[in-house]
Ligand binder design. Structure first.
Ligand code: ADP
Length: 278
């Protein structure tokens, strides 16, 4: 992984040690070129995933307000087949959702084999916003890290490829993006007092994210921190993570499809032969 920071299992990571303005020496133009190549690769791999129907892909996208969750989703949608992909936003749970365990609403939206789901926020909100605002007692959210790991293990054992991306921006960059929404009339529909209120909890969120990385970055489903102050670098780093997760399966999907093609061809030949002898 060249551009994103992969969090290794059990590692203690401080977000302050990862520069949100990192761009690995790439210029905007170079990043755009690489993004195009990665995007083409993603498009091919997503087609194979859909056609082979062997695995699902779950992309979990987390980040503070204005980090670019919508932006990266828009970008990814440009490369994947709309038939096989859905975007799932996770908002404040509804009453019925609150009557169930916290994973109930999540499990219902995970991708099946051949499908892609892009989670805009996710089950991790249940150990982020919930923890920061004491929405349930500590004894309850404390146990959720293990529940999350067990849940993701179940998905992985059921042929789901999981990519977890945290879009990392600086506090200054967030302020700039929030102010921009006030300055630019076409962005002002996004204005939300809640975003300014949440900024007051910046450090509590930092701690909550660091705990997520320490406890829920696993060998099979690690977290990736994506430096996101530069949107063009965010795109290249996120694309790289997803392509790297899919690539190892590409040959298997292709082989499966070519075997299927041969079988279908034989069936067709046998059918035509049967017509001749009829
Ligand atoms: P956006 O994701 O674009 O910010 P909203 O402005 O509708 O969309 O915000 C969704 C809100 O829902 C966020 O403040 C988020 O923290 C909150 N949320 C998501 N999941 C949960 C949860 N499990 N418990 C409480 N709040 C949640």
């Amino acid at each position: 992984m060249r551009y994103a920071r992969c969090i290794h299992r059990g590692a203690s990571v401080r977000l302050a040690d990862i520069d949100p303005s990192e761009h690995c020496g790439l210029s905007r133009e170079e990043a755009a070129d690489i993004s195009r190549t990665l995007g083409d690769q993603l498009a091919d791999l997503a087609d194979l995933l859909f056609a082979a129907g062997k695995h699902g892909l779950l992309v979990v996208i987390q980040g503070r307000d204005t980090a670019g969750k919508d932006g990266i989703i828009r970008r990814l949608l440009g490369y994947v087949n709309a038939q096989s992909c859905r975007v799932v936003p996770f908002k404040v749970p509804t009453e019925p959702e609150l009557q169930h365990d916290f994973l109930w609403r999540v499990h219902a939206r995970v991708p099946g084999r051949g499908e892609i789901a892009l989670f805009n926020r996710s089950h991790y909100e249940d150990v982020l916003v919930v923890r920061v605002h004491d929405l349930v007692p500590k004894a309850v959210w404390e146990r959720r890290y293990d529940h999350i790991n067990a849940f993701e293990d179940l998905l992985l054992d059921s042929d789901t490829i999981i990519v977890k991306l945290m879009l990392h921006i600086s506090k200054d960059e967030q302020e700039e993006r929030l102010l921009e929404r006030e300055r630019e009339i076409e962005k002002s529909w996004k204005l939300n007092i809640g975003d300014w209120k949440e900024r007051e909890f910046w450090d509590a969120y930092t701690e909550a994210y660091e705990e997520v990385f320490r406890r829920c970055s696993t060998k099979r489903a690690p977290w990736f921190v994506i430096p996101s102050n530069h949107k063009w670098f965010r795109d290249v780093a996120a694309l790289e993570c997803i392509v790297s997760a899919l690539e190892p399966h590409g040959a298997e999907w292709l082989e499966f499809l070519s075997d299927m093609g041969q079988t279908r061809r034989r069936e067709l030949e046998a059918f035509r032969a049967s017509l001749k002898h009829a």
